[in-house]
Write a protein that binds this ligand. Structure first.
Ligand code: AMP
Length: 214
């Protein structure tokens, strides 16, 4: 199964992606996580990406498609994968088609704008694994610590209020049009598109997503 999780920042894509990837036993591919790992490893890609990410802007389609092409060629992707945070532009979605990657299911997690900002300010992540939590909606078992390793959780630089607003604008302009893009594709292909209300609890959201697999 090849899946895409679409939705604004803060909609809970990372949390759901973890659950889906475990349930379906397919890799969770987050372009954001891959870029953050490059930053931690001080690669030239990381250096280029950091400035763009800190401003809440998008890394170029060319770089992102290069990352995806390499990632999906790895063996663990042979039975499918889950994209989280990719594609983010029409250019990336077209690039995916050119790579002959046929997506089976697009899951849109929707969330009203007012909720997005409060959600993002409470988000905490475990950098080595990409696991994400929310201090109120999805708290770790021990305050400030990752459930599996017990290591410290952090707040991402780009979850700071100024950047959150910039990211929202970018989302509306560049990523939101992908909803119509995939709705149209659904009419002419086997692709399935489902919309889930991300304002519900993470448990309810995942229940609804899992129901669509049946
Ligand atoms: P995320 O963790 O998915 O919220 O991504 C964090 C940041 O990484 C974004 O705000 C972008 O700057 C960058 N990024 C992640 N995925 C993409 C993508 N598919 N296209 C462009 N930039 C991306």
């Amino acid at each position: 199964m090849k899946l895409i999780l679409l939705g604004p920042p803060g909609a809970g894509k990372g949390t759901q992606a973890e659950l889906i990837s475990k349930k379906l036993n397919i890799p969770h591919i987050s372009t954001g996580d891959i870029l953050r790992e490059s930053i931690r490893n001080n690669t030239s890609l990381g250096e280029q990406a950091k400035k763009i990410m800190d401003q809440g802007n998008l890394v170029s389609d060319e770089i992102i498609l290069g990352i995806i092409k390499e990632r999906v060629s790895l063996r663990d992707c042979k039975d499918g994968f889950l994209f989280d945070g990719f594609p983010r532009t029409i250019g990336q979605a077209d690039g995916l088609k050119k790579l002959n990657i046929d997506i089976n299911l697009v899951i849109e997690i929707s969330l009203p704008e007012e909720t997005i900002i409060s959600r993002m300010s409470g988000r905490r992540i475990h950098p080595p694994s990409g696991r994400s939590y929310h201090i109120k909606f999805n708290p770790p078992k021990i305050d400030g610590k990752d459930d599996e390793t017990g290591e410290d959780l952090i707040q991402r630089d780009d979850d700071k209020p100024e950047t959150v607003l910039a990211r929202l604008e970018v989302y509306k302009k560049q990523t939101d049009p992908l909803i119509d893009y995939y709705l149209n594709l659904q009419k002419n292909s086997d692709l399935k598109f489902i919309k889930i209300n991300g304002a519900n609890s993470p448990q309810e959201v995942s229940k609804e997503i899992f129901r669509s697999f049946e």
